[in-house]
Design a protein. Structure first.
Length: 340
C-alpha cells in the first residue's frame, strides 16, 4: 500500500488495536546518543520472538536536546520494537527545528521504509513531511504535535494531549492549596511546552507566570530559578516541564531558602527517588517508552498488515497519569531500568 492510497483510505479504515509484544528485548538495538548525524543500528543477532517479516529500516527523528534524559526512554521503547519487528532503527536528533527538518530529509534520501518524527515546531517540518509523502514513505508522529499531525498528513500519532495534562496538573495544584506558581519553560517555541503551561493556567485558581530558562545549560537553569525565588518569596509551587529541570529546581529551592514545592511533567530514575524522599510532590507521566515503541511498531504494522492505529483519525494517547508517593514504588522499579 503506497502513501497516496493511504491518504484515500484513512478516513474509512477501522480503528485497530496494536499487537502485543511477544517478547520485548533490547538485544541488537543499542545506539549511541543522537546528534546532527544519524546513528545507525547494527544487527547484533536474532532475539526471541523476532518477526520473520522482511527487514525494514525506520528513521526516528526527534528534537532531543543534549543531556535531556527523557529521550533516552523514548529510544529504548523504539529499540525494543525494532528488535521484535526485524527493523534497523536509525536515530537522529536536533533541538533546532531547521536542523531537525534536514535530518528528516536525510532519512528520505536514504530511502527508509518509514519515519517517526516529533513535531515540537510543526511549521518548520511541514515541507519536508510533504516530501516524504511524495516519496511514498509513511510518516507517524510521536510526543509533540497532537494538534497538527493530521493537518500535516501523518498516518498516526502516539502521545499525550499536553493541554489536558496541563489542566490536570492545575487541578492538582488547587487540591494541594497552591496560591502562586511559576511554570518553568526550558525551550521557547516548543508548542507542547506552551500547551502544558497554558493548560495549567486554565484550571489553576491561583496566580501563575512563565519563567523562561535555557534548557541546554543546566547551571543557568538553576541560577535563573534561584534568582526568581529570591525575588518572589511568595512563590509556593514550581512547575517544571521535564525531569532534569525538576531536579535543578529542587537545588534552587534549597539555595534560595525558599519553601516552594516542586511538581513536574515527566519521569526518570532520579526523579522517582526524589518523589520517594519528598523533594518533589508529583510528576505527570506520559510514558515515553510507550511512545517510542508504538511509533516504530505502528510503522511495522502498516507495512506488513495495512493497519492504522486509531483508524488513522484519532491519536493513541499515552498519558497523562500522576506519579506521587502513593504509587511511586510501583513505577520506580521500571524507572531504574530506564524504561519509565
Amino acid at each position: 500500500m503506497d502513501r497516496s492510497s493511504h491518504a484515500r483510505s484513512r478516513r474509512i479504515a477501522p480503528a485497530v488495536a496494536l499487537a502485543a509484544a511477544a517478547a520485548l528485548t533490547l538485544a541488537g538495538c543499542s545506539s549511541s546518543s543522537g546528534g546532527k548525524k544519524a546513528d545507525e543500528e547494527g544487527d547484533s543477532g536474532a532475539s526471541a520472538g523476532k518477526a520473520n517479516t522482511p527487514r525494514m529500516t525506520v528513521a526516528l527523528v526527534t528534537h532531543q536536546a543534549p543531556g535531556d534524559t527523557f529521550w533516552d526512554i523514548v529510544r529504548k521503547g523504539a529499540e525494543a520494537a525494532a528488535a521484535k519487528d526485524n527493523i534497523k532503527l536509525v536515530y537522529s536528533a536536533d533541538p533546532n527545528a531547521g536542523s531537525q527538518a534536514n535530518l528528516v530529509q536525510n532519512a528520505i534520501d536514504q530511502k527508509v521504509d518509514g519515519i517517526a518524527v516529533t513535531l515540537a515546531k510543526p511549521d518548520a517540518l511541514r515541507g519536508v513531511i510533504g516530501k516524504a509523502e511524495q516519496a511514498g514513505i509513511p510518516v507517524v508522529g510521536l510526543n509533540s504535535g497532537l494538534a497538527d499531525w493530521k493537518q500535516l498528513g501523518l498516518m498516526e500519532f502516539f502521545g499525550q494531549d499536553e493541554t489536558v495534562a496541563g489542566e490536570a496538573l492545575g487541578k492538582r495544584l488547587n487540591e494541594d492549596g497552591a496560591k502562586k506558581a511559576v511554570c518553568v519553560v526550558h525551550e521557547q517555541g516548543n508548542v507542547g511546552l506552551t500547551q502544558r503551561c497554558d493548560g495549567v493556567k486554565k484550571t489553576f485558581e491561583g496566580s501563575i507566570e512563565n519563567l523562561y530558562v535555557n534548557g541546554t545549560d543546566m547551571p543557568s537553569v538553576k541560577s535563573t530559578i534561584t534568582a526568581k525565588l529570591k525575588q518572589s518569596s511568595d512563590v509556593d509551587h514550581l512547575v517544571t516541564l521535564g525531569a532534569p529541570f525538576a531536579m535543578s529546581a529542587v537545588q534552587s529551592v534549597d539555595e534560595a531558602g525558599s519553601e516552594a514545592k516542586v511538581a513536574t511533567f515527566d519521569l526518570n530514575k532520579e526523579l522517582t527517588g526524589a518523589i520517594e524522599k519528598g523533594d518533589i510532590e508529583f510528576a505527570v507521566d506520559q510514558q515515553p517508552y510507550l511512545q517510542g515503541y508504538l511509533a516504530v511498531d505502528g510503522l511495522w504494522l502498516y507495512k506488513n498488515n495495512g493497519n492504522y492505529s486509531g483508524g488513522g483519525e484519532q491519536p493513541v494517547l499515552t498519558g497523562p497519569a500522576f506519579v506521587d508517593k502513593s504509587n511511586v514504588k510501583a513505577v520506580a522499579e521500571f524507572a531504574a531500568k530506564g524504561t519509565r
